[in-house]
Design a protein around this ligand. Structure first.
Ligand code: BGC
Length: 379
């Protein structure tokens, strides 16, 4: 059984040199360099997360550190800052350190396939974390929440808040490079489409969605068309600009009491701020996910309607359990599979919880997820 406590000091420094080409405003990035670790100690598990710029992934980092420490394992956690080249350099740095298992949340599902293949080649087990690595057979296991159910929970919330017919509906989606964006949208469409078909909602911001609104089930390509039109790219500024463009284009009559499918908390806050500032929007209901601290505060303050709590502690402990299973030569628990375009990847998805003002205290504070001191005005 693996119980060896390594004595490794975290000395890895990632050097990323950026150059701004002022003439065209584009940014050129030199090939990222991940420095070699000092000393000869060995890690057994490495974690690669997509970006430090969203509270969601800081949650994961914190929970990983707590859980690995409690379990007596060393871990190195690297961030890819939304850059597939840096992500690959991170994986290569971990390979050179001799890890046995890499837990990776890909920035770009398909681009990450090359890094996964390199790890596989080096005899390392690859655990896809939260987001599925696509188009490769080099993924051993997928640790995830039930992302279709996240989209369904968001859509159900909108449905439950809507009365009558003709309610204006604004759709937003995650990054098309993230497989989850499709799963979230699929779940939302499952619930929203019948309510669009019966006239409860009228889509106001996507001609592609309107063109497909009579179809109960969409293909990946069809979803791709809609997502292409309403993607936030998981970025706050993209979400804000998109919402502004939509409200500028919409007539006053298409605003009123608005219903907004926002894919996650960061984009929900950005979009909510835009809708709140429009004088033709009388009220709005907006979804989210992740229970980020700023969004929990938005919910308390009445600025965001709901979020979907994905208890990162569960995901982290599932990931560690899977890693330990591999380190012990076993196979992690599997309840289903997710097709990644090449293989069916074994997985055991976790459940999610809908949170709004009515249960926010119980779900995120009384549950021990966050300290009450993080918030003001808790109900
Ligand atoms: C995750 C979400 C997150 C989003 C943006 C998705 O893959 O499942 O929790 O909000 O990426 O980072």
């Amino acid at each position: 059984m693996y119980r060896k406590k390594t004595l490794f000091v975290l000395m890895s420094v990632l050097i990323l040199t950026s150059m701004i080409l002022s003439a065209c405003g584009t940014k050129a990035t030199e090939a990222p360099v991940a420095t070699e670790p000092e000393g000869d100690a060995q890690f057994s598990v490495g974690v690669v997360l997509p970006t430090k710029d969203e509270p969601r992934w800081i949650q994961d980092e914190t929970r990983f550190r707590e859980a690995f420490e409690a379990a007596g394992y060393d871990v190195e956690i690297l961030f890819s800052q939304g850059d597939s080249a840096l992500e690959k350099a991170n994986v290569e740095a971990l390979i050179s350190k001799g890890v046995k298992v890499i837990i990776i949340c890909p920035h770009d599902a398909t681009a990450a396939a090359a890094a996964a293949a390199e790890a596989r080649e080096a005899g390392i087990k690859v655990i896809s974390y939260d987001r599925l690595i696509r188009d490769t057979d080099a993924v051993d296991y997928y640790v995830t929440f039930d992302s279709v159910s996240v989209g369904e929970a968001q859509a159900q919330y909108l449905v439950d808040k809507a009365a009558g017919t003709g309610n204006p509906l604004y759709l937003y989606a995650g990054a098309a490079t993230d497989n989850n964006a499709f799963l979230f949208f699929e779940g939302a469409w499952n619930v929203l489409q019948p309510k669009i078909a019966d006239g409860t909602f009228v889509i106001k911001n996507s001609s592609e969605a309107v063109a497909l609104q009579d179809k109960a089930t969409l293909t990946r390509d069809e979803m791709g068309k809609i997502i292409g039109q309403v993607t936030t790219d998981w970025k706050f500024d993209v979400a804000k600009n998109l919402a502004e463009a939509h409200l500028t284009a919409a007539a006053a009559a298409d605003k009123g009491d608005a219903f907004i499918l926002a894919p996650n908390d960061g984009t929900a806050r950005a979009i909510a701020d835009v809708f709140a500032a429009d004088k033709d929007v009388t009220s709005y209901v907006v979804t989210g996910q992740d229970a980020e601290i700023p969004s929990v505060q938005y919910i308390i303050d009445g600025k965001q309607s709901m979020t979907v709590l994905k208890d990162v502690r569960t995901l982290v402990s599932d990931a560690i359990a899977a890693a330990v299973a591999y380190l012990e030569g076993k196979t992690p628990a599997e309840t289903t599979t997710y097709n990644n375009g090449v293989i069916d990847v074994p997985a055991k998805p976790s459940v999610v919880v809908t949170v709004d003002l009515s249960n926010v205290k119980q779900a995120v504070v009384d549950s021990g997820y966050y300290e009450a001191s993080e918030f003001t005005g808790l109900p």
